[in-house]
Design a protein around this ligand. Sequence first.
Ligand code: SAM
Length: 428
Amino acid sequence: MSNVALGNHILVEFMNCDPHIMNDVAAIERDMVAAAQKAKATVINSTFHHFSPYGVSGVVVIQESHLAIHTWPEYGYAAVDLFTCGEMDAWISFDYLKEAFKSKSYSAIEMRRGSVNLLTRNDFDMTTMREKAAEWRNPDFYTRNVWFTDKDEDQALSLRFTGEVFFDVQSPYQRVRILESTKYGKMLALDDMVMTTINDEFHYHEMISHPAMFAHGNAKNVLVIGGGDGGTVREILRHEGVEKVTMVEIDGEVITACKEHLPEIAASFDHPKLDLKVDDGIAFIKTAAPESYDIIIVDGSDPVGPAEGLFSVEFYTNCYNALKKDGILIAQGESPKFNEKAFSELNHTLQDIFGADNAPVSLFYVPTYPTGMWSFQYGIKGDKHPKRVSNETEMDAFADKNGLRYYNSEIHKGSFATPNFVKQLIKK
Ligand code: SAM
């Protein structure tokens, strides 16, 4: 009685692993592929997914079967399957992963799978099939499916990325990463939220800057709070009439990452009119001179971590005081379809401070933000209202001259057209 088996299965419990590694989809994908290659396997493709807030699942399909993993970073634990057939020694992959995951304890069970005694063989000509497979197989090439997911408990946006990580630093405020998505190019992620990508950043940066600049018509002194990727100041500095732009970004690592890896967005950090400060915008605006800015732009991240305070009544009251009599405030306003609560609460705060008719909402689309529907919310201190503009010709001439790809006079006016469900959300 032969005890030939078709496959060999090692079930591994890796315990006391480094929790950060257990939550790093790019590192785990890289290590799992390397573990297969170390054991001389031929990798066909890899598919890995990061779950928010934590956990990674993935599989590396190899000519010799597969290696699979699911992690629980909160326990420093990874369940790994090393299923192989043929000559491959999967214990080599086991040793590699034990080191890579910094696993301090583990258990492993090895079992033979598919005992031929229990199986009936069907005759078909394997040789031609193998030869055919060998013809198209290119050992150096395999398809990688590594997914980055930005989600809340009900909905998610997943972007496939190449697995390459160009920058990955845990700053005192957040995890700053530069990744490369296959469709939208290089992107900045803070913690697990997409901040900006090379291929759709212009949607956001043109709409956070130009509507207010044309509504004001003569802005000289502009304050930007946040905006560490540099896209907002790049757009503001296209307006020759501007004399000074002050940018207050809390996290120097964001500026460094974007200068190095997103130079098209971080193009104006050395502009002579820019006063770039690494500081907390909440503290900065508290001590800002009254009535000193024509325009204040709050280009902050979502209301968590360092940006939580950028959604407070106190912060916007300080912004109001720092604006000149005919000043305009614009704030990254979240989405009426993703975080409705933050969206409507922000607008109610702006209505309380600037007046019910002076807190308009501008809607626009960013494909790489969950739901794609996003907003900027305004506070109009004087009468320079973005909905009441008459300089369309100037807007379109400026858009043409600067090669803008989103903003024009129609989009300016159209963005303030508010669907009824949004009117409901901001109704007080
Ligand atoms: N487009 C993005 C969005 O919609 O979420 C925002 C982009 S921008 C990168 C957000 C910036 O705000 C980040 O660089 C973050 O570090 C910065 N930030 C967060 N809280 C801040 C604070 N209290 N003061 C200054 N900058 C802050």
